[in-house]
Write a protein that binds this ligand. Structure first.
Ligand SMILES: [Zn+2]
Length: 480
């Protein structure tokens, strides 16, 4: 075991799902022709005046409440000054000393253990534009800039350094993503870059109160890459400390291909940004009534859904976690569970066959042809004995392709279970007659051969025989 304790904090950035940008009326959506969604305000022309987007402020408060924060009664925007080609104004409008939300926390589970990460603050700021370099354009001599993303509202969620392992960092990051998706303030699309994080990491001797020198990993939008980068950095810092060297406070780049970090620039302190109150925007007051209203409109959050699923539907923790991983899936499951009155049955089909079909097709449950009614009907048909579980697998695969209801597929393909004892008895008699060797084995006590005969009967009935009935009649006829 290492003598060092790892200390990690995350700054998570999530683009808000508002229609317009933070300080102008431009479309805030992803994509579009380069620089099509821009105006003099979001391209930083002189003399223009920004106007704050009320929805973005509401969404920030919504996120703060969902993460148990205190909401400020008085807040303001500040200028963060720095130069970069994707920042046309030469400064970013952000929040410095009076953020909208403070002192919250996120609870989650990791390997069955309860964890809490405290949140220092959540503030609202504008996103920067996007630079497109030679590795994308193919021409190494040119870089391009697209200001469509410039001034899109961005949440920054800053955790306290409460995280102790890279795995915990990812579990916390995932929990924040779930919450933001549930409350519908961000689509958290990692591929489009609307959900990303900076991680800082330091090591200290176990028992020491003082934090070690930290390094920062910038702007990552992949769980896997952050996990790998943190693990690498944890080892690298331990090696430096073991050798009596010092860790220098730097911002690091993680190279996915080599699996190593390298310094990008020395880390700025907040005074380097010369923050000052944004003179073009007035400070604003938020009254408690408004906050209470936003609180009342919050949906049930993932942790509560999880707990309710285990209590109300008696689901195992694993199922409850899986089914509550998105708001859509949770309500999909719940409506199937309610109408079929068999929650565990529905859970099994959703987590098993349906998930398999979705994975194979690379589809999400939102745009799949199988609705919660399909699942519910399938479970009811199996429970009633109309079809057996094995035929159920054929039926669900057909539903997935055609969108037809299970009942219709069973009728069209004549898949209904054979539960007529007379009909089954004839088939069984015939199978017994065709397999004298197995019958002899069974009579000698080798009961394994019964399974073989059952298999033959199922084959004869194309899998449609009622398995319990087959077993019963077969044993009667064999006298075992
Ligand atoms: Zn604009």
């Amino acid at each position: 075991m290492s003598k060092y304790e790892t200390v990690i904090g995350l700054e998570i950035h999530a683009e808000l799902d508002t229609n317009s940008k933070l300080f102008c009326n431009c479309d805030a959506g992803f994509g579009g022709a380069a620089n099509a969604n821009t105006c003099p305000i979001c391209t930083g022309m002189p003399g223009v005046l920004p106007v704050a987007n009320k929805k973005a402020i509401e969404y920030t408060i919504r996120a703060g409440l969902a993460m148990n924060c205190e909401i400020a009664n008085y807040s303001k925007f500040d200028r963060k000054n720095y130069f970069y080609p994707d920042l046309p104004k030469g400064y970013q409008i952000s929040q410095f000393d009076l953020p909208l939300c403070r002192e919250g926390y996120v609870d989650f589970e990791l390997n069955g253990e309860h964890k809490r990460v405290r949140i220092n603050r959540i503030h609202l700021e504008e996103d920067a534009g996007k630079l497109i370099h030679g590795d994308v354009t193919g021409d190494q001599s040119k870089s391009y800039v697209d200001f469509n993303r410039s001034s899109v509202p961005l949440l920054e969620i800053v955790s306290e350094p409460d995280i102790r392992t890279p795995e915990e960092a990812i579990a916390y990051w995932r929990s924040v993503k779930e919450i933001l998706e549930y409350i519908q303030v961000s689509d958290c699309n990692m591929e489009e870059g609307s959900f990303r994080c900076d991680a800082n990491i330091s090591l200290r001797l176990f028992g020491s109160e003082k934090l070690g020198t930290r390094t920062e990993l910038k702007n990552k939008n992949s769980f896997q890459h952050v996990l790998a980068a943190l693990k690498y950095e944890e080892k690298r810092q331990a090696r430096l400390l073991d050798e009596g060297e010092t860790v220098s406070q730097t911002t690091l780049l993680y190279d996915v291909n080599s699996g190593r970090t390298s310094p990008m620039r020395s880390k700025e302190e907040s005074h380097d940004y010369r923050y000052f109150p944004e003179p073009d925007l007035v400070p604003f007051e938020i009254d408690n009534e408004e906050v209470e209203q936003i609180k009342a409109d919050l949906p049930e959050l993932p942790n509560s859904v999880r707990q309710r699923f285990t209590e109300e539907y008696d689901l195992p923790t694993y199922d409850a976690h899986f089914l509550s991983s998105s708001r859509y899936l949770a309500s999909y499951f719940e409506s199937a569970a309610k109408s079929s009155r068999d929650p565990k049955g529905c859970s099994n089909w959703i987590m098993g066959d349906l998930s398999g079909l979705l994975n194979n097709a690379g589809q999400s449950i939102e745009d799949c042809l199988i609705t919660s009614e399909h699942i519910s009907q399938l479970v009811v048909l199996i429970n009633e004995g109309s079809i057996n579980g094995k035929i159920g697998k054929t039926v669900i695969a057909d539903c997935f392709e055609s969108g037809k209801m299970p009942k219709q597929i069973i009728e069209e393909k004549m898949l209904a279970q054979i539960s007529d004892s007379g009909e089954l008895a004839d088939i069984i008699t015939q199978v017994i007659a065709q397999n004298p060797k197995s019958v002899e084995d069974i009579q000698e006590g080798k009961t394994k051969a019964i399974g073989f005969l059952v298999g033959q009967i199922m084959k004869e009935t194309k899998g449609k025989a009622n398995p319990q009935l087959v077993n019963q009649i077969l044993r009667e006829q064999l006298g075992v």
